[in-house]
Write a protein that binds this ligand. Structure first.
Ligand SMILES: [Mn+2]
Length: 353
């Protein structure tokens, strides 16, 4: 889930909840730790960091997610111990849910109140509901790994190199390698402490970003050749056809991040990727939007039958490519209004929540 959280009004009281959560972690012997489905770097880094530190302290910890970690995150210490299913007889003293965004993004086997112990909601999404017994939700935190770091400090638990590796992955993921608006002094100070705990930044970069399958880069080369800029220069589109994927031997789980090449173009406010949906009938496209920050792409997606957040949204459209592109350009121009170019963009994207 992607959203601008900085300065957003929210009902949470993180400073009051933090010691309450620490007290639960201090006393629970057997814990369940889980996160949103289709886990990303923050979900995995924060949960595996917490689980690792608690295990080192002698606790019995189960980490659960029905969906496997993305390939790039399988090196994280503890990733190989994530279970995809839970027995209905398992009981826990506490259940910690990290980075969920909302309760409906959790796995189907999350135990009910009779078996899960105290339910702790650990998050930084301002829009989450207080579904936990305790809700340590801090929208000012760059990543949930930041909250885990603070909890471990409060508990007096040491931060070993494997734990630091997980927490660093969490911070790197949600700050876009310290580039997004979520990057703040706290995130950088914690990152510094994680380096002191033994994290090697270049080794992390290699693990996370420089082990790409060659097929992905071959697909990127084809996709970049489809670039079109329209909508008074404010819209850049990239197209991913089924034929390109077949030629390069890839599937759409290898296209993550392609859209950022389109957003990075000077003057572009909205990037859109059009991924051809399989099917024998007329052409249909999954459209993903990313905003530089000034235009609310959830409004554009909403007008086209989809939805999302201010800086990341999506919809599905049917029709020939040229016609779909023209619809997108018209939608972007409608959002631009007459004042494009009159002032410097002040919005900042905050990706990777
Ligand atoms: Mn997050």
């Amino acid at each position: 889930v992607k959203a601008i959280n900085v300065g957003v009004a929210h009902p949470f009281r993180p400073a009051e909840e933090q010691p309450r959560v620490a007290q639960v972690l201090r006393t629970a012997r057997r814990l369940l730790v889980t996160m949103h489905r289709q886990p990303d770097g923050d979900a995995l880094g924060s949960t595996l960091g917490l689980a690792g530190a608690l295990r080192e302290a002698g606790r019995d910890v189960v980490v659960y997610n029905p969906d496997p970690p993305p390939r790039a995150y399988r090196f994280l210490p503890g990733a190989d111990r994530i279970v995809g299913t839970l027995s209905p007889s398992e009981r826990f003293d506490a259940t910690v849910v990290a980075d969920a965004g909302s309760a409906d993004r959790l796995g189907p086997e999350l135990p009910g109140p009779d078996r899960r112990g105290t339910l702790v909601n650990l998050d930084h999404h301002a829009t989450t509901e207080p579904f936990g017994d305790l809700n340590y939700v801090d929208p000012a935190a760059a990543s949930v790994g930041v909250l885990v770091f603070k909890l471990l400090r409060e508990l007096g638990l040491p931060i070993s190199r494997p734990v630091a590796t997980c927490l660093y992955a969490s911070v790197v993921a949600d700050t876009g390698c310290f580039r997004y608006a979520s990057t703040d002094p706290e995130a950088l100070r914690i990152a510094a402490e994680l380096l002191e705990a033994g994290v090697e930044p270049w080794e992390m970069t290699v693990q996370l970003y420089e082990r790409q399958p060659v097929e992905r880069v071959r697909l990127l080369a084809e996709v970049l050749s489809t670039l079109e800029v329209g909508g008074r220069g404010a819209l850049a589109t990239l197209t991913i056809t089924a034929a390109m994927q077949a030629r390069t031997g890839t599937s759409d789980d290898l296209t993550d991040g392609f859209i950022n090449h389109a957003r990075a173009i000077e003057g572009v406010e909205v990037a859109a990727s059009l991924t051809e949906l399989p099917g024998a009938g007329p052409a249909a496209w999954q459209v993903s939007f990313r905003s530089r920050g000034r235009i609310d792409v959830s409004r554009i997606a909403g007008r086209l039958g989809g939805g999302g957040h201010r800086n990341a949204a999506g919809c599905r459209l049917a029709g020939e490519l040229a016609a779909v592109r023209a619809r997108l350009a018209a939608a972007v121009e409608a959002e631009l209004g007459p004042e494009i170019g009159a002032e410097a963009g002040s919005g900042q994207p905050k990706d990777g929540q």
